[in-house]
Design a protein around this ligand. Sequence first.
Ligand code: 13P
Length: 269
Amino acid sequence: MASVNSAKQGAGRVPLIAGNWKMNLDHLQAIAFVQKLAWNLKDAGHNFADVEVAVFPPFTDLRAVQNLVAADKLPLIYGAQDLSAADSGAYTGEISGQFLSKLDCTYVIIGHSERRMMHAETDEVVAAKIAAALKHGLVPVICVGESAQDLEEFGPSAVPVAQLRKALEGVKSASDIVVAYEPVWAIGSGKAATPVEAENVCAALRAVLLEVLGADVAEKTRVLYGGSVKMTNIGGFMKQPNVDGALVGGASLDIDEFSGIIRYQKHAF
Ligand code: 13P
């Protein structure tokens, strides 16, 4: 294991464990949660330089998380779950990348399958949002993944590869992006992909990065797996050479479980 991790780190890819809270935890709950998570990891002696930890709270929590992280100098990174493709104007209910930058967000999730499905986000919208994120100095966490039907019709890689190609259209240069492979059938289902299935798609996505953005970016970009990740299965994913971390939904809302995922090196091998 050490060798796989050091190979990734040698390429500049610090493993990233990211918690997508989705529409859970209000800002008061967020404060308590982040505080406890930070204490828990500190008590366990977690080295954040070894495995980066990020949380993605709802928009309304971000100011509270910003204040807490700044006041207590917590080594946790945070980001938003979406942003608008526009900078400002008559877009009721939308949130600009400029606002997220002001909240010191590092990351922003773009193109999560729940937004693609429930908010009709097309690949074009995803591409425009990526451009907006980059413009405002945010690192986009670009989500791609096939549905169960896509899997049956086209196999595992075709849809995520096509989605990533479209997402990167118009991105001339981007030195800092994250890609997350989240098969729709694995999200919230308790039925994760196997480590080899995840590796194969993540490798195909890295090949797209190579083709579109060149060798340097392909080598240093973190490609995450997401979908029913837990403390008990994270180790298998992290052993794969092209899986650089996880985007965790349900299990990121349980401090012990999320800490266990973050500390995979301690118990999973
Ligand atoms: P689960 O971990 O709950 O399957 O969700 C994954 C996900 O959608 C993260 O963005």
